[in-house]
Structure formats: structure tokens, C-alpha cells
Design a protein around this ligand. Structure first.
Ligand SMILES: Nc1nc2c(ncn2[C@@H]2O[C@H](COP(=O)(O)OP(=O)(O)OP(=O)(O)O)[C@@H](O)[C@H]2O)c(=O)[nH]1
Ligand SMILES: [Mg+2]
Length: 421
């Protein structure tokens, strides 16, 4: 079933900052005018009622938002990358499984219109205008855009119930729910009484399960007739179906086939859901007169239906027992779920100051801002290298370097940049 899927999302990288200088008549080198890079696009989840299933995420599993554009001359910012909005049905649970051994429950999204930035786009790099100082009027530094975030997510549709009751309008679905559970759904002698599923808990000895009364579906439902596709979002979110048929009509088998035809036409995956087939209204003489015929008709399709009366309670005990046995079977066949250990979601990693570690004669400085500065500047140029060293010296502090045991002749390294102390 299309109810649990793994996808990869990647937000956009920030654009690089630009190192450039104003060009003016008679001024060979004007002031710095390199603009900042644009932000990378976010990946955003959006709850949309028009989405019934997670099917589209089975068809396409990788999503990447646009990168930000580089900064421009005249201090112009690069354009931001477009966000990518992924629409999901209400009732989707999102788990971050980037680290498969440590799944993190991120959100349980139920509300129409609710959004979540699941992968934040990288910040744009800084243009050289930011690196002007009293001691440096000709800054040649610029920083690279921040990388986007990449995450592996599990999207899963929450079940609304263990069992869903499906069938034509007036089959007695709400009556059946009422007779199995303590629920008191509206019951009327006209079709489309139930518009939204009603839930009831059925207690069987020590166990209990939840049953949902699903709106009736008619011929053409797959094309939107009757209540249209409303039924689908509910059916897909149950483990097992009770297919209820009014035995007092002339067309029990035809009704049964028609409902299945609609399910199949809408989404053939729905046919993989196990159905318990039940003939209702056994108390009525019209039904009793036809029992032999119904048994024969269904037997020709290899089906041995149960007979019940939602009104008098006849056969209900046998039905709930059958349901319980099926649920146990289904549970045994389901893959055991990964245990979610952590329930904390940190949208942004904590900012870390410079970390210094020694490897032989090399002191390695780890710092995200400095690394971006190295990546965004032309480190082949000696003036750029000199300015870069000044920045490192300022940011890390000579004291820290001395504490780390720096001595003349050591190499201080930030990403690809090496400076002999
Ligand atoms: N005699 C008899 N009547 C029943 C039985 N089950 C339901 N009914 C009647 O059939 C009519 C429809 O029952 P509901 O339970 O509202 O049917 P439903 O399938 O929920 O209908 P919708 O919500 O409109 O799709 C009502 O008048 C019920 O009283 C039964 O076992 N025997
Ligand atoms: Mg009903």
C-alpha cells in the first residue's frame, strides 16, 4: 500500500559572495562593491486535503530545491533559490531517518495548510563589501554560500482505524458500527447519511480495535460521483475492510462487484487490502427468501460471506471474532516498525566556534565561517592569502593558537588554505 515511503530531500546551496571593486572613470580601483550570494531554496512540507495518498512519493523519491545565485557587482544580492513545496495528505507522520540507526520523529502533520521547513536552504556567502575595515580598505575576501541540508525522510500515513466498513449507501454501515461498538452514528433510511467517518472501539475480551464507518460509495465514485474521492483517504488508512452488502436487494453480488470495481479504478493498490465480506439485514424477509441464491452466487466467485443483522445483533459476535483473528494475522505479517529513539527535532545545528587540533606540524582550525571564506576567496592570490590570514588571526585569536602550542614554522590550516606561522 502507498502508506509509508522513504524520500530524500535536499535544500539549495547559498550563492557565493562576490569580491569586486567599483569601476569609475579615472579611478583604477574604486571601493569594494561585491554583493552577497542569494539564499538557497528551502524544502517545505505542506498539508493539503486534496492529497489522498503518498503515491506520488513512490514515483519520485528525490527532491532538490534551487541554489541561490552568486552576488553581483554594485553590491547587488544574488537571487534566492526557489523553495520547493511538497504537498502531503493530512495525517502524515514525518520521521528523519538520515541516520538509519537513530530515527527522529519530526512532526505529525494533521492540519490543512500546516507547513514545516524540513530542510533549510544554505545562507548566501558574503560579498567583499563586508570585509572592509579601518586597516583594510581594499578587501579581496568573499565567502562561499552555505551548503544545503540533505535528509532522508520517512513519510507515513497514520491509520484512522484498524477496520473500515465499506459498501453502498444504505447498506447499514453506520448501524453495524453502532451494534459492534459504543459509537452512536447517525442512521437514516436515505443514502449519504454518513459524510465523515465515525469511529467506534470494539472491545473483545482483553483486546480492542477501532472500527470506522466510511461514507457510502457509488458507481462513478472513482470519477468523483457521490461523495467523490472522500472515501479513498479513509480506506487507505485502515488495516482491514468489512465489505457490507444489503442482502434485501436483488443485486447483492452486483453491488459487491461494483464497489470493488470503483476501488480498483481509483487505485488498484486498494484491492490489496483484505476484505471480510458480510451480508446485512438478515432479519428482513426479503433477505431470508434469497439466502440460498446469495450463497450460490457468492460461492461461484469463491466467496463464503457472513450473514448478520446490524439491527437485531444476529451474527455480530461471529463477525467481530473473525475481524479480530484477521487483525492478529495482519499484525504478524507486518514488518516491525523501527523504534524511534529521539523525539527532539533541531531545525538548525548549533553554531560552533573554532576548534583547533594538531596533526604533526599542522594546526587544523575547524570553523564553518572561515571555511566558507576560504572556499569563496581566490586563495591563489598572495594579497588574498595575506588578508585571509588576518581574518583567521582575528577570529581565532593568537591566544588560542598559542594555547594550542603554535610555534614558528608550524602550518595553520583552514580547509584548503595553509599558512606558515
Ligand atoms: N431491517 C434492517 N434494517 C437495517 C439493518 N441495518 C441497517 N438498516 C437500516 O438501513 C438504513 C440505512 O442504515 P445506515 O446504517 O444509515 O446505512 P449506511 O450504510 O450507514 O448509509 P450511508 O451512511 O447513507 O451510506 C436505516 O434505515 C437502517 O435502520 C438491518 O440489519 N436490518
Ligand atoms: Mg452511514
Amino acid at each position: 500500500m502507498f502508506d509509508r515511503v522513504k524520500i530524500t530531500v535536499k535544500s539549495g546551496k547559498g550563492g557565493n559572495g562576490l569580491a569586486s571593486f567599483r569601476r569609475e572613470k579615472f579611478v583604477p580601483l574604486g571601493g569594494p562593491d561585491g554583493g552577497d550570494g542569494g539564499e538557497g531554496g528551502d524544502i517545505i512540507l505542506l498539508v493539503d486535503r486534496n492529497e489522498d495518498t503518498l503515491k506520488k512519493y513512490y514515483l519520485k523519491k528525490e527532491y532538490t530545491a534551487d541554489n541561490g545565485m552568486p552576488g553581483q557587482h554594485r553590491k547587488k544580492h544574488g537571487k534566492s533559490g526557489k523553495n520547493l513545496v511538497l504537498r502531503i495528505p493530512p495525517g502524515t507522520v514525518i520521521t528523519d531517518i538520515t541516520d538509519a540507526d537513530k530515527p527522529i520523529l519530526v512532526a505529525d502533520m494533521d492540519t490543512e495548510g500546516e507547513t514545516l521547513v524540513i530542510a533549510k536552504g544554505g545562507k548566501g556567502g558574503l560579498g567583499n563589501v563586508h570585509f572592509t575595515s579601518s586597516t583594510n580598505q581594499v578587501p579581496r575576501l568573499a565567502s562561499a554560500g552555505e551548503k544545503g541540508e540533505e535528509k532522508v525522510l520517512q513519510l507515513e500515513l497514520k491509520l484512522i482505524a484498524d477496520v473500515g466498513i465499506i459498501g453502498l449507501p444504505n447498506a447499514g454501515k453506520s448501524s453495524l458500527l453502532a451494534s459492534c461498538s459504543g459509537a452512536k452514528p447517525r442512521i437514516e433510511a436515505y443514502p449519504f447519511t454518513t459524510l465523515e467517518p465515525e469511529l467506534g472501539t470494539v472491545v473483545k475480551g482483553k483486546t480492542a480495535f477501532v472500527m470506522a464507518d466510511i461514507p457510502g460509495l457509488i458507481e462513478g465514485a472513482a470519477e468523483g460521483k457521490g461523495l467523490g474521492h472522500e472515501f479513498l483517504r479513509h480506506i487507505i488508512r485502515t488495516r482491514l475492510l468489512i465489505h457490507l452488502i444489503d442482502g434485501s436487494t436483488e443485486s447483492a453480488l452486483e453491488d459487491f462487484k461494483m464497489v470493488n470495481r470503483e476501488l480498483n479504478r481509483y487505485d488498484s493498490e486498494l484491492m490489496r487490502k483484505k476484505q471480510i465480506i458480510v451480508i446485512n439485514k438478515i432479519d428482513k424477509t426479503e433477505t431470508q427468501d434469497r439466502i440460498g441464491e446469495i450463497i450460490r452466487e457468492f460461492a461461484s466467485e469463491g466467496i463464503n460471506p457472513l450473514f448478520v443483522s446490524a439491527l437485531t445483533g444476529e451474527g455480530i459476535e461471529g463477525l467481530t471474532e473473525r475481524v479480530e483473528r484477521q487483525l492478529v494475522k495482519i499484525a504478524a505479517a507486518e514488518p516491525s516498525e523501527a523504534t524511534v529513539e529521539e523525539v527532539v527535532f533541531k531545525p538548525e545545528p548549533l553554531k560552533q566556534g573554532p576548534v583547533i587540533r594538531r596533526e604533526d606540524d599542522v594546526l587544523i582550525v575547524e570553523d564553518a565561517d572561515l571555511e566558507r571564506l576560504v572556499a569563496g576567496s581566490d586563495i591563489g592570490n598572495s594579497e588574498v592569502r595575506r588578508q585571509l590570514w588576518k581574518m583567521i588571526e582575528r577570529k581565532v585569536g593568537i591566544k588560542h593558537l598559542e594555547r594550542a602550542g603554535v610555534k614558528t614554522g608550524d602550518v595553520i590550516r583552514v580547509a584548503d588554505f595553509n599558512w606558515r606561522y
